[in-house]
Design a protein around this ligand. Structure first.
Ligand code: R5P
Length: 283
């Protein structure tokens, strides 16, 4: 097996290569003075099982992913898998208002054209795999996050909304702790409302587990309720620490700890999702 890492996922590709015990392929990836991307794969790929690892966020990385896919397909591999640790645009999975473009449909169709398989990590919703030509496979980092949270003495794991119930349940099951969830209404891109819910959290250590932290609004609103109800410690755990609009600076004073995985490298990405992906690739 050969692993080709794009520039958005170099560390993740390295972690995956080491998990799989295989060599990384040599590449040349540069940006021209006008910002356009150039890619070349130097390692011969013919007859190899090739895995490309490259995020699709922000937009420039999407173009790089597509160019690398083209170069790999030209190399005539025996099999071709694309791993997209953080799949951008997954949240626009339908037209919420008439006239909207459905971004996950566009990206799903484009990114699944050449490979045999597209592997994602905690994609926002697997319903969008209907646009991946039957090639989409998702793995979850929630078991590894759950294990980590168990080590932190967490008593309860909460989903901040109904959309993450399955994910947070998986984390709670792995941690062997109780589970509950909030109900969230999104008011705008950066504002959310979390309905008040009676919860017995006094003196407890509680973790909120979600797929993405973007502006941090969801996590902060949920934490406020837990603090009001007397939680002793509140932790934020997510697979993808996107941290837009200085989110991390606003999260730090609210949480005892903020934890994310390495799908998007940052100071909080202390846990690796690579072993979960490797397990799937080995299977
Ligand atoms: C959306 O439903 C996702 O699961 C996350 O809850 C959301 O992306 C978090 O966004 P933010 O941090 O901006 O509240």
């Amino acid at each position: 097996m050969l692993i080709v890492s794009g520039t958005a996922s170099t560390a993740f590709g390295k972690a995956l290569s080491s998990e799989m015990g295989c060599a990384p392929a040599e590449t040349e990836i540069i940006r021209f003075p006008d910002g356009e991307c150039y890619v070349r794969i130097e390692t011969p790929l013919e007859g190899e099982d090739v895995v490309l690892v490259q995020n699709t966020y922000p937009d420039g990385n999407l173009v790089e992913n597509l160019l690398l896919q083209d170069a790999i397909a030209e190399g005539k591999p025996a099999s071709f898998t694309v791993v997209i640790p953080y799949f951008g645009y997954s949240r626009q999975d339908k037209a919420f208002k008439p006239g909207e473009g459905i971004s996950s449909r566009v990206l799903g169709a484009s990114l699944s054209r050449l490979p045999d398989r597209v592997v994602t990590v905690d994609i926002h919703t697997t319903t969008i795999f209907k646009w991946f030509g039957g090639k989409g496979v998702n793995v979850s980092a929630m078991p590894v996050l759950g294990k980590h949270l168990a080590g932190k003495g967490v008593d309860l794991i909460l989903s901040p909304d109904k959309g993450s119930i399955d994910r947070a349940t998986l984390a709670a099951e792995t941690a062997g702790v109780a589970f509950d969830y909030f109900e969230k209404t999104r008011l705008s891109g950066s504002e959310v409302k979390i309905a008040d819910k009676p919860l017995d959290v006094e003196g407890k250590t509680v973790a909120i587990a979600d797929d993405i932290i973007a502006t941090g609004g969801t996590m902060i609103r949920a934490a406020e309720q837990l603090r009001e109800k007397g939680a002793a410690k509140v932790l934020a755990a997510c697979t993808h620490g996107l941290y837009t609009s200085s989110a991390l600076e606003r999260l730090k004073p609210v949480f005892d700890e903020v934890i994310s995985t390495d799908t998007l490298p940052s100071e909080t990405s202390t846990i690796s999702s690579a072993p979960a992906v490797a397990e799937l690739l080995k299977r």
